[in-house]
Design a protein around this ligand. Sequence first.
Ligand code: ASP
Length: 337
Amino acid sequence: MKRRDFIKNVVVGTAGLAIASPLLAAGNRKSAGKETHSRKSGIKASAGNWPVAVCTWNLKNAVAKAGEVLKSGGNSLDAVEQGTMVEEADETNMSVGKGGRPDRDGHVTLDACIMNKNGDYGAVAYLQNIVHPISVARKVMEKTPHAILAGAGALQFAKEQGFTEENLLTEASEKAWKEWLQKSEYKPVINIENHDTIGMLAIDKNGDISGACTTSGLSYKMAGRVGDSPIIGSGLFVDNEIGCATATGVGEEVLKIVGSFLIVELMRQGKSPQQACEEAIGRIISRNPKYREVQVGFLALNKNGDVGAYCIHEGYTYSMFRNGEITNTASGFFNKI
Ligand code: ASP
């Protein structure tokens, strides 16, 4: 499909969808459960579709952990924090927390943010030596008058809160970085660069929504670079009346369209999560003639529990916990690699 055609299709609705998710149909079905109405959007909130947790990529362990919290009656904030912590601690995920790929100078620097049902938000940017930046972000939200702490100040705060420092550069990450140094050319490689940033969205048994996003950012980025993940409205946005969205991929592209906020606002205007994700990808494609060189994937959940996902290039998937089941589904995409 040509770029122009895609944009046209996005305007008419879901025609740009390359792979339809069976989950969308499931999410749209009428629920026998209790229904409430969102004041702002008129979206019907169906208790039958909750609790639910979704996250970017094939990160089933993370969504299983969130599911465990939700199943035992826990709230969505605890679910997204504990779910994303699984990836932060997993050294084999080289895009998040411990084991994350470093910047070009060999430093692992982490970005994370969290939002609750009240629209409260906390974030850390350029945090080093702490395995769980998502938990530091939550402390920023709950214990400070601020929304974002960065760099040395974020580390100082984390230590004051009892977090301990450790080296996050694993042998495998160091080896990969040293190999990269031999090439010393900075060029993102689609999907291969392991855009495994985890963005997680959840609705608990009360219908309350929270979200979390955590990453080590683009591999071999410039020192000091901060991406979309810790920035409210870009890597993550939650509106308890409407729904929520999160992003993965090249953060610079997400920042330029304030992607997650855009998706939530499109849902407020009546778009489904799927339509909203497609329209956001359409904006990136229409503005950036070099879109073929970058991957971006969005994931959205509305108040009803309906899910949508869309990306530029084939290869992005999302994982979900619902009705006690864990699934992984291929997202629709614009461009077949
Ligand atoms: N979005 C992240 C960033 O730009 C990276 C990724 O998802 O791979 O920092």
